[in-house]
Design a protein around this ligand. Structure first.
Ligand SMILES: C[S@@+](CC[C@H](N)C(=O)[O-])C[C@H]1O[C@@H](n2cnc3c(N)ncnc32)[C@H](O)[C@@H]1O
Length: 474
């Protein structure tokens, strides 16, 4: 078989995976992909990509093992120890110092594999802040394109061999030994939101103070790396830091990231993005002459995807139609959840479709669009998961066609946990203040009566004086 024939078969294989397994591997370095594919093909004794494609078509379950071979999940606690020491000694203190004592610290472990990296981060942050402060202030996102890896990471259970690089003091403080396994403390795990996220495709998280993406970019082609770095730039706050893997370098000519320590692969957010850099994120179809409708649809999609709030669209029968990245992270959604009935998903506990959607359905019967279009709001809804308790304001808006018929419903979730905490704190302070005021009032009353007694004693004393004086003159 000629080289170009083999190349064509390889491209057809990538195309098949993109269309049928929802995995777009076109942004990965072809050399690495081919090596890993051949590895899998050898296990199955298949000689060329064409035959392997046929095998894939006949065995749809093959997508799983193939992706496990391609997406190398290798990870470790405190991997490249000196880099983590530098992060703990130089960078984490800077992040803490740049914040108000009650301000949130947001961290993203992107490409977290089976979780060792994110739990290393938790230990270092908890050591720097103290556990109470850590629990109140830190929010961590841990994402990976490999859903099996995310499940492993969420489980947080490791073998003897896995934990050998954890200093013994930290191991006993942060892990519980359950039978033969070491399980990361549940209470601290609650601060982590785990989710599926494809760095080469999905919109980034936002307002991140520390973005850790180690040993992932190395598998991407230069162009995919450049796009991912633009997304990272968007994700970070102006004082945010990026922490890469030892074998990774930034090849950007313009410094959208400024090296803080090249040796430890730590960078600060650098110059602002240019329009060209922003345009890198456009889907390729738009670089051809796009018609206005396609452009408009793209704009809507981008606005939905990049919204800082979690958003869902549910169809009239209560099935989940769309979810943006924030919603994937908040509700731990998987791609396979799209199309499922909301009430069968975990989030069904929160947006009980039979209440909200029916309420909206009833209301929209009376609507005459677009002027009468209105939304419902539910404040401070409690959302309890293994990762902790979040308070959400839910805004529910009907999506109507031009004739006013209900097509579906848009749910927007605004995280108000911090407000709820502050309100509780204010109530606590107010009641402490009322107590102090009451005590002050009582003290003042005692003081007033003592004053009065003192004044009357003084008057008595004065009259004794006068009498004595009178007697001495008489
Ligand atoms: C070698 S592991 C690195 C794990 C960890 N960051 C560390 O350094 O210990 C690479 C991880 O990147 C993930 N990955 C590969 N492509 C990705 C993508 N497009 N988006 C998100 N994660 C990806 C893989 O699934 C894998 O878990």
């Amino acid at each position: 078989m000629s080289l170009s024939e083999s190349q064509l078969e390889f491209e057809a294989l990538l195309d098949y995976l993109k269309q049928n397994c929802s995995y777009d591997l076109t942004g990965y370095k072809h050399g690495t992909l081919m090596r890993r594919l051949r590895c899998r093909m050898q296990q199955l004794e298949i000689e060329n990509y064409g035959n392997y494609l046929q095998y894939l078509q006949n065995h749809p379950d093959e997508c799983g093992p193939l992706l496990n071979t391609i997406l190398i999940n290798y990870s470790g606690f405190f991997r490249d120890r000196d880099c983590w020491d530098y992060l703990a000694n130089k960078i984490i203190p800077q992040i803490i110092a740049s914040k108000h004592p009650d301000e949130r610290i947001r961290v993203w472990s992107a490409g977290c594999a089976s979780g060792q990296e994110v739990y290393t981060l938790v230990m270092l942050l908890a050591e720097a802040l103290g556990i109470e402060q850590y629990l109140q202030r830190v929010q961590i996102f841990a994402t990976d394109v490999d859903e099996d890896a995310v499940v492993e990471a969420r489980r947080a259970s490791y073998s003897d061999k896995d934990v050998t690089d954890i200093p013994s003091g930290l191991l006993s403080k942060y892990f519980q030994q359950i039978e033969q396994r070491y399980v990361f403390h549940f209470k601290l795990r609650r601060t982590i939101i785990f989710g599926h996220h494809d760095l080469a495709k999905n919109a980034p998280m936002s307002k991140i103070d520390l973005l850790v993406c180690r040993n992932v970019l190395i598998y991407f082609k230069t162009e995919t790396q450049a796009k991912t770095l633009v997304r990272f730039h968007i994700a970070l706050t102006s004082k945010g830091f990026l922490f890469l893997g030892n074998a990774e370098s930034l090849s950007n000519d313009r410094q959208i990231f400024t090296p803080i320590s090249l040796k430890h692969r730590i960078f600060a957010k650098g110059q602002n993005l240019t329009l060209q850099e922003h345009l890198l994120l456009r889907p390729q179809t738009l670089s051809k002459k796009a018609d206005p409708l396609t452009t408009q649809i793209h704009m809507w999609k981008a606005a939905f995807e990049t919204s800082p709030f979690a958003q869902l669209v549910v169809d009239r029968s209560g099935r989940l139609l769309l979810a943006n990245e924030q919603a994937y992270a908040l509700f731990g959604l998987k791609n396979s959840d799209i199309g499922a009935r909301v009430q069968d998903l975990q989030m069904g506990r929160l947006i009980n479709s039979s209440t909200f959607i029916n309420q909206l359905n009833c209301d929209t019967h009376k609507l005459k669009p677009p002027a009468d279009r209105h939304s419902l709001s539910h404040k401070n809804r409690e959302w309890v998961t293994d990762n902790g308790t979040t308070y959400l304001d839910i805004h529910i808006t009907p999506i109507l066609d031009p004739s006013g018929k209900l097509l579906g419903t848009n749910f927007t979730f605004v995280d108000v946990t911090r407000n709820v905490w502050l309100k509780d704190e204010i109530e606590r302070l107010n009641s402490a203040l009322a107590k102090v005021t009451q005590e002050l009032k009582q003290t003042k009353e005692v003081l007033d009566s003592t004053n009065k007694k003192f004044e009357s004693s003084q008057k008595e004393l004065e009259s004794v004086h006068q009498e004595l004086e009178f007697r001495s003159h008489s």
